[in-house]
Design a binder for this molecule. Sequence first.
Ligand code: GDP
Ligand code: CA
Length: 319
Amino acid sequence: MNAISSGGHVLALSGGVGGAKLAAGLAAVIPPERLTIAVNTGDDFEHLGLTVCPDIDSVVYAMAGLNDRQRGWGVVDESWRMMEQLRSLGEADWFNLGDRDLAMHIARSWRLRAGESLSAVTARLTNQLGIAHRVVPMSDAPVRTQVETDAGWLDFQHYFVREQCRPVVKAICFSGTPGAGPSAGLAEALARPDLAAVVLCPSNPFLSVDPILAVDGVRQALLSLKVPRIAVSPLIGGKALKGPLSKMLDELGFEGSNTAIAAHYGALISHLVIDRTDEDGALALRASGLQVTLAETLMKSSEDQARLARDVLTAAGVE
Ligand code: GDP
Ligand code: CA
C-alpha cells in the first residue's frame, strides 16, 4: 500500500484495543516522521511488582503485528504457564499475564525502576520491535483512572478486569491530574507548526480519551488549535463493539448514539466520522455544526484499518 507522502503532521490520541486498530491503520498510510500516537496511561497499574501499561501494549502489539485478533487482546501465540504456576503459589490470578506478554512488563518495569522515563522505555521497546512510528505515553507522570461505582471507588483495573465492569458507574476521576504534564512527545506534537490534524481514535471516550484530555494543558491546547480535530466514533449501530461503553453511556444518563459522543467531546472536535449504519443521526449532528463523514468504521483486518485511516485523513483534508 502506498504511504501518503506530503501534508503535515498527524497527532492521534488512542486508548487500547479499539484505538490501536486505527492507530495501526494510520501508521500503514502515514510515514513515521509525520505521525505521533499518544496513548492513554490512566489504565496503568502496579501488579505483582510490575508496572503494566495495557493501552500502550495494545497499541504496540497492534503496530508490531503481534496482537491476537481472535482473542481480541494480548499477544498472538500466547501461552499461560506462568499463570498456572502463579495460581499454584496462591498469588492473585484475576489479571491474566501471558508468558510472552510478561516479557513486556518485565522489560518495562526494571527500566522504570532503574530511573528511565516511561517515554524512554516506550521508545526503546517500540524500536526493538521494529516500530518506526512514534508511540508516546500521554504523560511520564503516573495518572491512575478511578471509577466511582455503586460498590464504591474502584481502581480502574479492579473495575475493568477484576469486577468485569459489573458495578454501576457514577463518576470517573484521574488521580494524578492536575499535576501530570504531557510527555515530551505529546507536547512536541501539539506545538508543531506543521500539525495538520488531530485524530481521536475510536476508543472509549470516558475511559481512554478523557484521561489524555485531563493531562495538564492538553484540553486547552486542542481547543486553541486551528486544525481539524476529528473523532472516529466507537459506536456502530448505536452500540459499542466491546467493553463497557454502551453500559456506561446508559449509567451516566446519555443516550446510546453518536449524539452522546459528539456532546461529550463538544468543542474539542470539529469533525466526527460515524458508521454508515448510523446515517440517520447525521443530519442532527451536522445541524450542531460538526462536519460529519460516513464511513465503514468496522475494522476486522489490516485493510479495513488502512482504509478507515485514509477516509479519516481525507475528511480532515490531510493528504
Ligand atoms: P481498551 O482501552 O482496550 O478498552 O480500548 P479502547 O478504549 O481503545 O476502545 C474501546 C472501544 O473501541 C469500544 O467502545 C469499541 O466500541 C471500539 N471499537 C473496537 N473495535 C472497533 C472498530 O473496529 N471500529 C470502531 N468504530 N470502534 C471499535
Ligand atoms: Ca484501556
